[in-house]
Design a protein around this ligand. Structure first.
Ligand code: CA
Length: 349
């Protein structure tokens, strides 16, 4: 009975989503831009539907945060995220089930052109690098084999310059213990770092790490990236905020949806070849988002990329995406992960 009901819903959704997709494709096909990334090749990772991910419970992150800071604000994040996360998980599970059921295309477009449903990708590990397993990664940027990393937790938050190849920390700034470091992005010779609940961001000279400015925002700060014209910021919700890279004033918003359902808990961000990649907090999934429509055009499932025995802390979840557009290399890591991976996307069959 449950199966029959699900098929009815799927048939209805597929019919009118197809209509929307065709109309959308006639005006603006976002699938072309994604093909510049290498999305072919054999998969070393096990393709699994993220609906069956072994994502940690919302309380797991809380145990890490509580252990490190004991702040009452931490429990606030756990509480609110727990509510929104359940919504996200439900809608995402349905979205991915739809994708798996209907995905018979072998093209590497990030969105199924016929059905309009998100494509599902797994990964191939190109290279494995060391990563400081004490780094509670919240923001990640890579340029010329140098990582710029923001780490969180009260009393432990940092801005770091790290050698990609060795994991050695080459330069480091410790944030005041009032601040919980969050997202990080680069704009020319500047680095921009968010804080979680302090509603302030910091601007640094990329070479010297000297703080050259700050700005405020009326939300939590989670992830941030730069598309060459605009800053794109996440707050743990399903809304992305565009900000001016000079004044930091808000210039627009984008509601992120998958099959018309909001996708909450958007966290670390990276602008990759015309699309926004976003970690979904406490999952092994990265949403590939059209910056024009907010639609999730693809899901990247990173389940199993770190062997389970390596995850020393229960809150050690995926939370780091960096893309080097000079050589089209994509890197991912997580909070307290001992490794950083260069990966390629592989369409899931
Ligand atoms: Ca990033």
């Amino acid at each position: 009975m449950k199966h029959r009901s699900y098929l009815s819903i799927f048939a209805f959704r597929t019919t009118w989503i197809t209509v929307l997709a065709v109309l959308f494709a006639m005006g603006n096909c976002s699938c072309e831009s994604g093909q510049r990334i290498n999305r072919s090749g054999p998969a070393s990772g096990t393709a699994q539907t993220p609906a069956t991910n072994s994502s940690t419970s919302s309380g797991d992150q809380g145990s890490v945060l509580s252990d490190s800071s004991g702040s009452s604000a931490d429990s606030n994040q756990v509480d609110s995220s727990a509510v929104s996360d359940s919504t996200t998980t439900d809608s995402t599970a349905l979205s991915l089930a739809d994708t798996t059921a209907s995905d018979s295309s072998t093209t590497a477009a990030s969105q199924d052109w016929i059905s309009g449903l998100p494509r599902l990708y797994t990964y191939r590990i190109v290279e494995t690098y060391p990563h400081d397993h004490d780094a509670f990664t919240q923001g990640l940027v890579v340029q010329d084999s140098i990582l710029y990393e923001s780490t969180g937790l009260y009393g432990e938050s940092t801005l770091r310059k790290v050698s990609l190849n060795t994991g050695e920390v080459l330069k480091r700034v410790d944030l005041d213990s009032r601040y919980f470091g969050e997202g990080l992005t680069a704009i020319g010779n500047r680095l921009v770092q968010l804080t979680w609940k302090s509603e302030v961001g910091f601007v640094y000279d990329k070479a010297s790490f000297e703080q050259t400015g700050s700005f405020t925002y009326p939300t939590e700060g989670w992830g941030i990236t730069y598309d060459g014209e605009r800053l794109i910021m996440s707050t743990g919700s399903s809304t992305l905020y565009f900000r001016d890279p000079e004044t930091f004033e808000e210039t627009g918003r984008l509601e992120v949806t998958a099959n018309l359902s909001p996708v909450a808990n958007l966290n670390e961000l990276e602008f990759v070849e015309g699309e926004i990649f976003a970690n979904v907090w406490q999952t092994d999934r990265i949403a590939i988002i059209s910056p024009q429509t907010g639609q999730v055009t693809g899901w990247l499932d990173l389940s199993g990329i770190v062997p389970s025995e390596e995850r020393l802390e229960s809150g050690a979840v995926l939370n780091g995406i960096a893309y080097d557009d000079k050589d089209n290399r994509l890197y991912v890591t997580g909070k307290l992960w001992p490794y950083l991976f260069e990966i390629e996307l592989v369409p899931s069959e």
